[in-house]
Design a protein. Structure first.
Length: 278
């Protein structure tokens, strides 16, 4: 364990665009993607929106990977891996709402304890999120939004009232992303979460190729990660899940740090066995 001076590392953007149908999520994602890599052939769209991404093929010769029902987390993971293996620099996942709808539908008919079932099926969703975070490409995900309501008492009666739009995905998923834009029906965006500091608190804007370039420049303003940076983090992992997530997050260091990952895995398993004995 060693103290180090804080420094921002170079990063791959993990971004989400929320918006209702017709708000321009797909089109905006393509413009942002081109701004981030300046090469249409290095952009891939994982499309679960009934070929909607192909409506904008006039923009450039980007790649499309069509998904079909059922929209399982495993299909999305395979698609992300296929895009990575093909050398894609930006992956657009349009949309991740279908994955969450599948999770809800798959959970509903399961027999037995609901909490236990959620733990099991939640692992499948977690693997999907880990694939997004661990990808070596920039990721732009889209989610559909729907009107959200709460029940309020009025004149002795419970009345539903609109409280804004809610993304069709797991509650709190925005915490996983570096940048989240909310789009309206005017195709204008505001940042509801922004770790880059480029957009939060700014007036609504049209997302463009230039916006993508600003994001790309922010990603590359930091310094490169080194194996030493990751080594300390390995030793701070307390579960196999944490270790696996870290292992997948930095594929460029898998070989050089494999002995350290395996050593920490043995330590975690040994500690777990000791606790069982006690």
């Amino acid at each position: 364990m060693q103290l180090q001076k804080a420094s921002r590392k170079k990063a791959k953007i993990k971004m989400c665009l929320n918006g209702p149908s017709g708000s321009g999520k797909t089109y905006s994602s393509l413009l942002l993607a081109y701004g981030a890599c300046n090469d249409w052939s290095k952009i891939a769209v994982i499309d679960s929106e009934n070929h909607s991404s192909e409506l904008y093929s006039h923009l450039g010769s980007y790649n499309v990977l069509q998904l079909s029902v059922p929209y399982t987390p495993e299909k999305y993971v395979q698609a992300i891996e296929a895009c990575g293996q093909a050398g894609m620099q930006v992956i657009i996942i349009d949309s991740i709402s279908h994955e969450w709808e599948y999770i809800l539908e798959a959970h509903a008919p399961l027999p037995g304890n609901s909490f236990t079932n959620w733990q099991k099926i939640g692992l499948r969703h977690k693997t999907f999120i880990q694939a997004i975070l661990g990808s070596k490409a920039h990721i732009i995900a889209t989610t559909r939004t729907k009107q959200d309501y709460v029940l309020n008492e009025r004149n002795g009666k419970m009345v539903p009232e609109k409280v804004g739009l809610k993304a069709v995905q797991r509650e709190g998923l925005d915490y996983e992303f570096t940048l989240v834009f909310d789009l309206n029906m005017k195709n204008s965006a505001t940042a509801s979460k922004d770790r880059t500091g480029l957009f939060f608190g700014k007036p609504e804007q049209k997302l463009s190729i230039e916006t993508g370039r600003d994001i790309y420049n922010w990603c590359n303003a930091g310094v490169d990660y080194t194996p030493n940076d990751i080594s300390d983090t390995i030793n701070s992992c307390n579960t196999i899940d944490e270790l696996l997530e870290l292992y997948n997050q930095y594929p460029q260091f898998k070989e050089v740090l494999k002995p350290e990952f395996e050593k920490r895995k043995r330590e975690i398993l040994m500690h777990k066995q000791e606790n069982l004995v006690v």
